[in-house]
Write a protein that binds this ligand. Structure first.
Ligand SMILES: Cc1cc2nc3c(=O)[nH]c(=O)nc-3n(C[C@H](O)[C@H](O)[C@H](O)COP(=O)(O)OP(=O)(O)OC[C@H]3O[C@@H](n4cnc5c(N)ncnc54)[C@H](O)[C@@H]3O)c2cc1C
Length: 405
């Protein structure tokens, strides 16, 4: 396994760093209050081919391998200060584009992928419900077969991109008694009758990333809107989560890198007791620990990316996501300490980065759930998989594949 970036990968990361630093994320502080992306940023990302990174070339993408994407996106995060924009991009690429690319029919790929790559369409992924968060396969949104189509009913919440999405990848069940085996995925266009979006909750961080609730009320979609086969939803979700957990936090590695570079500069220039604070061992060692966490998270992210190209990534995606999100929170807390009182003000990026990073320990499955999944995949808590016998199928809740998120 060679995780060292090639010259091409490094050059792409550098190019995206420059795009992020000079073209994206303007006025991020002001937009924390208005809760939205900078007008034009999505189109600029499309022009820079960021939306196209992993998508096959036949459908308007660059067709890059996951490791190249990891290096490229770390570069982007190094340059771009708007973590909300980076989250929106990640949800769009990993939880919508990739499922369409891997499970879509030829017609669905032709219809959605070129438009998702060139910025004409934005994607959202709608899984979470009020009573189905970590226990995602307990979802109750219903899909009822009706003639040559389906009728969808249910409410999803905390959906990143919901207010700006043109297409929503919705997970619904044909019958809650079937548990995870009943889950089916649908590509629902925003203008479909019966689909409404509301934005009720204010976020602690990632405030520039629009999110919301999606309600489906007797929302009729043609059979051609189904992604994959009936009852294949949990498989599609598992694969989408492998992509998302491996790569959605790759830009955050760049954010951590920028923050550490700033801490080094500050430690070399801020003087107390007649010497630069970096000369105090506790300050220097704190920054060393930040660097160690970054390097561990980067290696695990690249390892997960590498393994994604193979048949079974095992627990590499969970390890990458868990380590990177926890490293980010610890890094921004440490940065605040290095800067002292100044770090606690809103004059630096530190407090915003910290608030943004807190959300990454929850989205794409909480840190607890990453550990639960790793324990299962390591065989510590392995559970038997079975299809519910008919007698049990009628039981409320039916078969649950716990923690399928
Ligand atoms: C910034 C952000 C963006 C998001 N974007 C999206 C999106 O685009 N689409 C979408 O569908 N959802 C999205 N979500 C929702 C997210 O996936 C859920 O919030 C998350 O999976 C947790 O579910 P929950 O909030 O219901 O918490 P719960 O599942 O209720 O968890 C509450 C607490 O219990 C713990 N817990 C639960 N079960 C276990 C267990 N078995 N073992 C140990 N601890 C457990 C959790 O770790 C947590 O601490 C987003 C969330 C955030 C914060």
């Amino acid at each position: 396994m060679n995780l060292e970036p090639t010259q091409e990968q490094t050059a792409l990361g550098e190019r995206l760093r420059a795009v992020g630093a000079t073209q994206l994320g303007a006025d991020v502080e002001a937009r924390e209050h208005t809760r939205g992306l900078q007008p034009g940023d999505w189109q600029r990302c499309a022009q820079a081919r960021i939306l196209a990174l992993p998508v096959p070339t036949a459908y308007g993408g660059l067709g890059l391998d996951p490791l190249s994407c990891a290096v490229a996106l770390e570069g982007l995060g190094h340059g771009c200060r708007d973590n909300g924009l980076l989250l929106c991009l990640g949800a769009h690429i990993w939880a919508v584009e990739m499922p369409v690319a891997e499970f879509g029919t030829e017609q669905q790929k032709q219809r959605y992928l070129p438009a998702l790559c060139d910025g004409r369409m934005i994607g959202a992924h709608a899984l979470t419900e009020q009573e189905a968060g970590s226990d995602a396969m307990a979802l109750t949104a219903r899909a009822r077969r009706d003639g040559d189509g389906y009728v969808l009913n249910g409410t999803k919440r905390f959906v990143t991109n919901a207010p700006i999405a043109d297409v929503v990848l919705v997970y619904a069940t044909l019958d809650p008694a079937l548990g995870f085996t009943g889950v089916t995925a649908f590509l629902v266009d925003r203008d479909t009758e019966g689909l409404t979006v509301e934005s009720r909750f204010e976020k602690t961080g990632m405030r520039t990333a629009p999110w919301g609730e999606i309600t489906l009320r007797d929302c009729r979609v043609p059979a051609g809107a189904r992604l994959g086969a009936e009852k294949q939803g949990s498989r599609i979700l598992a694969r989408a989560m492998a992509w998302e957990r491996s790569l959605i936090l790759a830009p955050l590695l760049g954010t951590m890198r920028r923050q550490i570079e700033q801490c080094v500069q500050y430690a070399r220039s801020r003087s107390q007791f007649g010497r630069n604070i970096g000369r105090f061992e506790s300050v220097a060692h704190r920054i060393v620990d930040m660097q160690l966490r970054l390097e561990a998270a980067r290696l695990l992210t690249r390892q997960a990316a590498w393994k994604l190209s193979g048949q079974d990534a095992s627990y590499a995606p969970e390890a990458a996501k868990l380590t990177t999100s926890e490293a980010a929170v610890a890094t921004f807390l440490d940065a605040m300490q290095v800067y002292g009182g100044l770090g606690y003000t809103t004059d630096t990026d530190i407090e915003r980065n910290l608030r943004d990073a807190l959300g990454t320990r929850i989205s794409s499955g909480t840190s607890d759930l990453q550990r639960v999944l790793m324990a299962e995949k390591m065989g510590i808590t392995a559970r038997a998989r079975r299809t519910p016998p008919p007698a049990q199928a009628a039981r409320p809740g039916g078969e649950r594949r716990a923690h399928a998120r």
